[in-house]
Design a protein around this ligand. Structure first.
Ligand SMILES: Cc1ncc(COP(=O)(O)O)c(C=O)c1O
Length: 382
């Protein structure tokens, strides 16, 4: 009844009708006592508040990017960036674009191109860095389309739409080299930068004895800028930012920011939000916390594997991804097995989940036939 009334769309279910809400990690974190204390100390001056300068310095220290622009969420940062760099005839390349990132790119008239590595196309086959970009495919794509038509490359860490899988430092360095040779700026979608840095520590030998903070700093050093939703690895209930090195681009971003978000020292946020984000950005790099988070996901993933449920392997860092078209192999891809599973989980346990597959990312040919996204729609894919 509830499901029917919501048209089988989990986003339309009232949260009070949900028993276990696994829809997203976005903005749903319990903030720490320090963050709440920061909230009480927020300075709400319209311009030049000390809360902004604490926010700015924290992001400068973590990323090394000198220019920091607050926004109300990650997608606001994306909208600003791609309104400037996108446009008809342009291609924006990535490992895998998140849905809001792709939407903002496509809305600008540009095309979003996912160039995920081969390992990333096989959900149930484990590999350490399945979020990596396919470096050879990147070279070929640049040669085919021309570097002048590719205004930016953006790597999502960890790769949310690709199963929460990490990107290796080596891959970021390799992509950076190609971008530099072709004069293409490299940005990071940094929503889960700490999670990704911790995976690098665990899985890339030469980083085993480096702190998450050091790894993050090195990772950002290869990039020209980043977008971030502070609703993820800053544990804030709202917030985001853009950060970069190029003053001219930052000025263009600030000009757009003022029209929609606000003055450049608050950008759609209250002073207290800036405080909470600055504190959360430090706290997320605590390795005990990261261990707990990644182990929790691994624990549930392993239980599901033991129960014979096909899941994305290895476990990602912030979500468990069920491989719906293997789990519900009797449902053809045109009937959206992922969405059917979302409905079934709600019916059985009041569990709210989300489909990341053909419903979210599928395209249709001229005859209206579904073209499933890469990594989905064929046996063995989600
Ligand atoms: C990888 C990634 N990029 C961008 C976003 C967009 O952030 P926001 O929801 O704050 O607009 C999200 C949100 O889930 C995300 O996971």
């Amino acid at each position: 009844m509830i499901l029917e009334k919501a048209f089988y769309n989990p986003f339309l279910i009232h949260s009070t009708d949900v028993m276990i809400d696994l829809l997203t990690d976005s903005g749903t974190s319990a903030m720490s006592s320090n963050q709440w204390a920061g909230i009480m100390q927020g300075d709400e001056s319209y311009a030049g508040s000390p809360s902004f300068f604490r926010f700015e310095k924290t992001i400068q220290d973590i990323t090394g990017f000198p220019l920091v622009i607050p926004t109300h969420q990650g997608r606001a940062a994306e909208k600003i960036l791609f309104s400037i760099l996108g446009g008809k005839g342009k291609y924006i390349v990535s490992n895998t674009l998140f849905d809001t990132t792709r939407a903002n790119i496509e809305f600008s008239g540009a095309e979003g191109i996912d160039l995920i590595c081969e390992e990333g196309k096989h959900p149930t086959v484990p590999a350490p860095f399945k979020g990596n970009m396919d470096v050879e495919a990147l070279k070929t794509f640049i040669a085919q389309k021309g570097a002048a038509n590719i205004p930016i490359c953006i790597i999502t860490i960890t790769n949310n739409s690709g199963g929460g899988q990490p990107v290796s430092m080596q891959n970021i360095k390799d992509v950076k080299k190609i971008c530099t040779e072709n004069n293409i700026p490299l940005f990071i979608d940094a929503c889960r930068f700490a999670e990704n840095a911790y995976f690098i520590k665990l899985r890339e030998k030469e980083y085993a004895y480096r702190s998450v903070q050091e790894i993050a700093r090195e990772l950002f050093s290869y990039a020209d800028g980043c977008t971030m939703s502070a609703k993820k690895d800053a544990f804030a209930n709202i917030g985001g930012f853009l950060a970069m090195r190029n003053e001219e681009l930052a000025q263009q971003c600030r000009n757009l920011l003022i029209m929609t978000e606000g003055f450049p020292t608050y950008g759609g946020l209250a002073g207290r939000d800036l405080e909470a984000i600055a504190i959360g950005l430090h706290e997320v790099m605590d390795e005990h916390y990261l261990h707990y988070r990644i182990r929790s996901i691994e624990y549930l993933t392993n239980k599901l594997i033991a129960a014979g449920v096909p899941v994305m392997q290895p476990a990602g860092g912030h979500a468990v991804y069920l491989v719906a078209n293997e789990f519900l192999s009797h449902i053809p891809v045109e009937q959206y097995p992922g969405q059917a599973l979302v409905g079934a989980l709600y019916l059985h346990g009041g569990i709210r989940t989300v489909e990341i597959g053909s419903l979210m990312f599928g395209k249709y040919n001229d005859d209206g036939k579904l073209i499933p996204p890469i990594g989905t729609g064929s046996p063995g894919h989600s």
